[in-house]
Design a protein around this ligand. Structure first.
Ligand SMILES: Nc1ncnc2c1ncn2[C@@H]1O[C@H](COP(=O)(O)OP(=O)(O)O)[C@@H](O)[C@H]1O
Ligand SMILES: [Mg+2]
Length: 371
């Protein structure tokens, strides 16, 4: 079973260029420190996701009123939308400390037992990528989540004994890019699931202006809109594009980020007005120009752009489908009217609408659409 988002980003960052595409949703090594400084610190500071925020506020306040620990919380959604930030906010709002680990780090039950036995009452245990937790650790987690105890097995073979161990009452916050890959028993033990969705351009614009304030960047209003429209509905991408645009403004201009500067900088980085990168555009171009809009099989399409079929399928298609440019049909991939318009061509009358609104005439408004 492949991990859609993981594969998506691994493939994108290991393309032919040395430089990963700036519209990668996954964290890149160069993002690290800056992201920490840009993380929202409280629920009020968190922009967007109004429903998730309101629901979480209720969950956390109710727990505080009762003086207990809140239910375990699952945060699900694509990379770069604020799951890790939200986990940190949950601990901050509860006034407790956050212990951080990840599914892949919990290979053995013993790894988890060590984490659990170090918790103090009320702590938040954050397990990132929880869908990748190893089975024995997962089974230990069931009991810990339910009864705040674990059974530690000491010794091997017939002489092995199981020693029950108390765990301080804690709140588990799990994050996953693939909630569908969670086993039923694990999913059932979360009292509350928050699904994070792609952000609207207006929200991304607010995030960009907040980041610009923190980083001391003079970002003009219309420049914020320009960057927001190319950020694929993803705050992580928005913040990364902001930094690239700032570099350009510092080197080629007076440091002030105007709309023209943003425009010119993003052209240098090959990010088009709706956030497509070079490979996305090559796929779209091949589909429309070489295959008349399809339908065409994904492997044929991949050959046409000189890429592996898996790369086309996992790297380009998810966003192109989300943006309403490509439709997946049983007979192959089909370009929608929006794809033709995006390439500046007149769509043939039979071109699919893809069941979506065609808004390619105002491409900068489209980036977070289609879901
Ligand atoms: N709602 C938001 N408001 C402001 N910045 C955000 C928001 N969501 C995410 N970010 C920014 O995007 C970056 C990535 O968010 P993160 O929480 O690491 O996402 P995830 O864990 O879902 O991949 C953060 O460092 C932060 O700067
Ligand atoms: Mg994260």
């Amino acid at each position: 079973m492949t991990d859609e988002y993981q594969e998506f980003d691994r493939a994108r960052t290991s393309g032919d260029g040395d430089e990963p595409s700036p519209v990668t949703a996954q964290q890149l090594p160069s993002d690290g420190d800056i992201e920490t400084s840009l993380r929202p610190k409280s629920l009020d500071d968190f922009i967007g996701q109004p429903r998730v925020r309101e629901q979480l506020q209720l969950v956390l306040r109710a727990a505080k009123l009762r003086g207990g620990t809140p239910d375990h919380i699952l945060l699900s959604g694509p990379p770069g939308l604020g799951k890790t930030s939200m986990a940190m906010i949950i601990a901050a709002e509860l006034g407790t400390s956050l212990r951080l680990t990840s599914g892949p780090a919990l290979e053995r039950a013993g790894d988890l037992a060590a984490m659990l036995s170090n918790l103090t009452e009320g702590d938040v245990l954050f397990i990132d990528e929880i869908h990748r937790i190893a089975r024995p650790a997962e089974e230990m987690l069931y009991l810990a989540m339910e009864d705040f105890r674990v059974d530690v097995v000491v010794g091997k073979g017939p002489g092995a004994t199981s020693i029950p161990l108390e765990v301080a009452p804690f709140t588990l916050v799990g994050a996953t890019t693939r909630s569908g890959a969670l086993t039923g028993p694990l999913r059932d033990r979360f009292g509350f699931t928050a699904h994070m969705d792609f952000y609207e351009p207006a929200e991304l614009q607010q995030i960009l202006h907040r980041s610009a304030r923190i980083l001391g960047i003079d970002l003009r209003e219309d420049a914020g809109a320009e960057i927001a429209g190319r950020s694929r509905g993803t705050p992580r991408i928005a913040n990364r594009l902001l930094r690239r645009v700032r570099d350009y403004a510092d080197v080629r201009a007076d440091g002030i980020v105007t709309r023209d500067i943003a425009h010119a900088a993003l052209a240098v980085y090959d990010v088009d007005p709706i956030g497509l990168d070079r490979l996305d555009r090559a796929v779209l171009g091949a589909l429309v120009r070489s295959f008349g809009g399809g339908p065409v099989g994904v492997s044929t399409l991949a050959v046409a752009v000189g890429e592996e079929p898996a790369t086309v399928e996992e790297v380009c298609e998810p966003f192109l489908v989300r943006a309403g440019m490509i439709a997946r049909t049983p007979r192959g991939r089909v370009a929608t009217q929006a794809a033709w318009l995006q390439l500046g061509l007149t769509p043939p009358p039979e071109a699919a609408t893809g069941g979506i609104e065609v808004r390619a005439r105002e491409p900068q408004l489209d980036a977070s659409d289609g879901d």
